[in-house]
Design a protein around this ligand. Structure first.
Ligand SMILES: C[S@@+](CC[C@H](N)C(=O)[O-])C[C@H]1O[C@@H](n2cnc3c(N)ncnc32)[C@H](O)[C@@H]1O
Length: 287
């Protein structure tokens, strides 16, 4: 019996309808991204890809689709995520960097531009290193430091910095605890801390709840624990007139600015992400 010839466009539409049947969000996009990455082509090329899939490719794609059907995120299946200009390796202990976070890098770069070089930037809770590595790559005159509580996240971040040709000094710390060597020397502190209200964690989508590490999500009872800690603990690290740039969850901006104000910081601005949601706040430390 002759083997069945399997074409990319047919295999994608079969996979998308399987994912649709399993109520996986954005089934067509998942099916297309997984196949285009497997074949190393662009998504738009799929309808015109005329080479039949090999048996090995068909089997590998079927396994990917089964994982997606079980609600594993596309990036975890591929083992990598894209962020600004970067390709970042993921580990189980790293959050998948979100497109929402890309605009925070722009806010930091604007702040950095106004300062004499070398400008020391610290990324607290770096995960894959997405923010820190982007800053180091896009503003090479910065002296970029990054820390995380998770040793395996730091391993992944270090590998990501090297793979993307960026120089970042990584530190293991519990927020500011363990960063004494940076005392009084940070011009711009940036953080995307865990900010999900603990009670709502169980109701998150399976892609987040079952696959992102809880340590990257859990912001305590009201989601604001890490902001309190950052305002309290980061002060000794900062230079006079340092800026602090923080990602915030939906509806948290005012509370975070109020907490910063109460801790002696001057609230400066709120910033929107590409979806027009307020995603980041900036404050200044006058020392
Ligand atoms: C929301 S994730 C952000 C990751 C990355 N910066 C990004 O934007 O994709 C928060 C990060 O904070 C780290 N983290 C949690 N608690 C911490 C602590 N006490 N000290 C340092 N890092 C912490 C987590 O391991 C995680 O990598």
């Amino acid at each position: 019996m002759r083997a069945r010839i399997v074409h990319a466009r047919d295999v994608v539409s079969e996979a998308a309808s399987r994912l649709r049947g399993a109520e996986v969000p954005e089934p067509q996009a998942s099916a297309e991204v997984l196949l285009s990455e497997l074949l190393d082509i662009r998504r738009g090329e799929i309808p015109f890809y005329s080479e039949p899939l090999t048996q090995e490719q068909s089997d590998e794609y079927a396994a990917m689709i089964s994982r997606r059907e079980a609600r594993e995120p596309v990036q975890r299946i591929l083992g990598r995520a894209y962020f600004r200009n970067l390709t970042l390796r993921l580990a189980p202990q790293t959050l998948i960097p979100r497109p929402d976070t890309e605009s925070i890098v722009d806010v930091v770069l604007e702040r950095v531009e106004k300062r004499p070089k070398p400008c020391r930037v610290l990324d607290l809770g770096t995960g894959t290193g997405a923010i820190a590595i982007s800053i180091a790559q896009e503003s090479p005159a910065c002296d970029v430091h990054a820390s995380d509580i998770s040793a395996s996240a730091l391993d992944a971040a270090e590998q990501n910095a090297e793979a993307n040709g960026a120089t970042v000094a990584f530190h293991r710390s519990d927020l500011a605890v363990g960063l004494d060597e940076l005392a009084g020397g940070v011009h711009v502190l940036v953080s995307n801390p865990p900010y999900i209200e603990r009670e709502t964690l169980a109701g998150l989508s399976p892609e987040v709840r079952d696959w992102d590490p809880p340590v990257a999500l859990d912001g305590g009872a009201d989601g604001l624990d890490f902001y309190r800690r950052i305002f309290d603990e980061a002060r000794p690290l900062l230079k006079p007139n340092a800026d602090i740039v923080l990602e915030v969850g939906d509806g948290q901006a005012e509370d975070v600015l109020r907490l910063g104000g109460a801790a002696g910081f001057t609230p400066l601005e709120t910033h929107r992400d590409l979806a027009e949601s307020v995603r980041c706040v900036t404050l200044r430390w006058h020392g």
